[in-house]
Ligand binder design. Sequence first.
Ligand code: ADP
Length: 789
Amino acid sequence: MAITYPVRFRSCAPQTRPLRFKSRSARRRLPTPHLQLVIDAVGDGLWDWNVQTGAVWFSPRWQTMLGFEPGEVEPHVRFWETRVHPGDWAKVQAAVQAHFDGLTPAYECEHRVRAKNGDWLWMLDRGRVVAWDKAGKPLRMIGTHTDITARKQAEAELRESRLQLNAILDNAPVGVVLVDDDRRILRANEAIAKIFLCPLEGLIGASSRLIYGDDAIYEDIGRRAYPVLEAGGIFDEETMMRRSDGADIRCRLIGRSVRSGDPALGFIWVIEDVTVRRRAEQALSDRAGFQRVLLDTAPVPIFVQDVLGHYVDANSAFERWMGLDRQSLFGKTVFDLAPPDLATIDEAADRALLADQQPQSYETQLRCADGTLRDVLFSKAVYCRVGGKPAGIVGALMDISERKHAEQALLERQQLFEQIFVSSCAIKLLVDPESGRIVDANPAAAAFYGYPLDRLRDLRISDINTLSEQEIAQEMRNAKTERRKHFQFRHRLASGVVRDVEVYSSKVVVHGRLLLLSLVHDITERCRAEEGLQRKTRELERSNAELEAFAYVASHDLRQPLRVINSYLTLLERSLGDDLDAEAKECVDFARDGAQRMDRLIVDLLEYSRVGRKAKAFRPVDLSEAADLALLNLEVAIQDAGARVTVAGDLPTVAGDDNELMRLFQNLIGNAVKYRAPDRAPVVRVTAAPHPEGWRIEVRDNGIGISFDDRERVFGIFQRLHRRDEYEGTGVGLAVCKKIVEHHGGRIWVEEPPKDDLPGGSLFCLTLPALTMGQSPQERSVVRGADRP
Ligand code: ADP
C-alpha cells in the first residue's frame, strides 16, 4: 500500500513545528558527492527522496546492500515501500510521520527490508527533511541505510542466551550470586532466595555480609578468597552461613571472577546448602560406626559376603573364632574355608538364598586358621540395596562342635548300651522300680529263664523271685550293712527249677524314665561248690585241730617215757660203775643220745604245734625289740662263732605275737650263724623296707648258702640238707618260721642274695602286714586265729 506522503504528512503535521529546526538542518545536510563517497566507504546506502513526487535517488551501495545491481532498483519511494516488512510498516510510518510533524529532529527507524533473494535484512534507516515549503510541508528528505542485520542477530542471540541463563539460574538447584568489587550483591537467583529464606529484593544491592552469620567468617572468607579470585583462581570451601530466620546452615562456596583479571566485572559465587547432606553423611557415618561397634560387640561370629560369595566383612567374634584377622579374610570364598564338597553345597545354598531371599539356617563345617574342622550352624539372610537388588549375604554362625560331639557320643553310648544289653551273654533285665515290671530283657535272659522275650517282658520281677517280700527286704538290708553291691535271690525258671542268683542292680535313665538295670549271675553251681568247700574246710579245720591237739598231747606225753629212759640209763651207768665195759658204755651213750635227740625232736615238734595254737590277741610288736631278745638268747652261739650280727635301726612295729616274732628272728639268725662257711667269720644283717604287702624283712648271711633247688624244701618239717654230724638240728626251725609268718598274714621265702660285699650266703625274705595307721590301740590288737582251738 503506497503512502501518499504529501497528503498524509500534511494532514498529520503539527502546526506547532519549530521552523528553525527545519531550515538549518536542511541546509546543513545536503548530500554532496564528497559525502556520498564517505558514506559509501563506511558501507551505508544513501537515499534522496523527493517527498512531493515520490522520486527517490538510491545510491549504488543502497541497491547492492539489498542484492540489486546499481540501477536495477526503481528510483521511487514505491520500491522501498514494497520492500519494508509488513510487520514493521506501521512503526516506519509512525517514525516518518513524527519527523514530518516536527516531533523528532530526524527520522530513525530500525526495520526489516526484503532483499532481492527474499531474505529479510535489518536496516537502520535514518533521514532528515532537508527542504520544506512555506506551508511547512516536507519537500526533500535525505537519509542513510545501515545494514544492522548482524547486530540484530547478535542482539537476538544475546537475548536468547540471557533468557537461557536466567532459566538456568532460576532453575538451578544451587544458589548463584553475582557480587561487585565491594562484595555487594548485584544479582542472585531463586535458589538463593530459597536457601536464605528471603525475597531476592531484600538481597539485591545488600552487602553479602548479610548471608554470613558471623562477621569473622565473612572477613575470613573475604581475606582468603578474593586474592585467589582476583588472580583468576577458583575458591572452593565449606563454611557456616546464616538464613534470614537466624538458622545456621552449612554451605559450600565456589567463587570465581566473572572475567579473569577483571575485578570490575564482579565475582560469581555458587552457594550450595550442604547442611542436610552433611547431616545425612554424618548420620551415615555415625550409623556405620554404630554398626561396626554393634557387630564387634556381638559375641556371635558374623560375616558379610558379596553376591559372588567373597567375604567382605566380619566382626571381631568371627576373627577370634576363625583365628585370623578380617583383612586376610577379604576376597576369600567358602572354598578357602571349607572342604570342597561342603563348600559346593554352601555355594548352592547361597545361590538359592540370593534367588528367593528367604533367610536360611543349615549345618555345615568350616576350617579354622589352626586347621581344625568345626561343626557350625549357619543363619544367613540377604541384604539389599535401595531398590531391592541383592547386595550380598549376612551370615551368623554358631559353633556346634561340642553339641555334635555330645550327640555323637550319646549315639555311640546308646549303640554301645544296646550292644551291651542285647548282644552280651550276661543275663540282663530292665525293671521298672515302681511297678516291678520287667520292661526289657536280653536274649541271654530269655535263654536263662526259658521264656520267650515277649513273655518275659510281660512278667513282674515278683513272678520269678521266689523270696517273700520280707526276705527280699531283709536281703536288701543285709547287702547295705555288708556294703555289698549285689543281692542274693532265688529265681524260678519257666521249667520250675529254682536257681541261686546274684543280682547287681544300677539305676539307668531311659528316655527320662528311671529304671533298674539288673545283671543276673547264676551262682547255683558256685553256691553248691562253696557249700562243699565250707563243709570240707570245716572238716579240715576239725581234723587239723585234732591233729594239733594230738601232736601236742603226744609230744608232751612222749617226753615222760624219754625222761624215764634217760633216768634209768643214768641209774644203770651209775650202778654198774666200772663194771661197764667200753662197748656197753658206748651202747648206753648211743641209747642216751637217741633219747636226747628224740627229746629235742619232741620239743621242736611241740613248739611247731604251739605256733598259733593258743594265740594271744595281736598287739603292736616292735620288731627291733623282738630281734634284740633273739640276739640275747643267741649270745653264746654268736660269741662262739665270732659272728657279727647287725640289726637295722628302723625295724617296724607290726601287729603280732611278741613271742612268736622273737622266735622267728631267733631261728633265722641262729641258722645264719650255724650254717656259716668254714673259711670266714659269720656276718648277719637284719634289715626292713616298706613293701606293697606291708613290710619286707630280710635276714642275710655270708654262710654256706642254699642251692636253688632246696629253697622251698627247707621250709618243710624235718627237712634238713645236712647230716647230723655236719650241722646239729632237727629240721623243724624253718617250718616253725613259716608257720609264724603265715600266722601273722605274711610270706617267707629264700632268694638269691645280691652280688655285694658279702660273699655267698643265704637271703631269707619275709613279709609282714603293716600296722594300719589311725587304728586305735584296741583296733590294732587284731585277734588272729583266736577262734582256733
Ligand atoms: P635245722 O637247722 O634244725 O636243720 P631248719 O628247719 O632250721 O632245721 O633248717 C632246715 C635246713 O635248711 C637246714 O638243715 C639247713 O640245711 C638249711 N638251712 C637253714 N638255714 C640255713 C642257712 N642260713 N644257711 C644255709 N642253710 C640253711
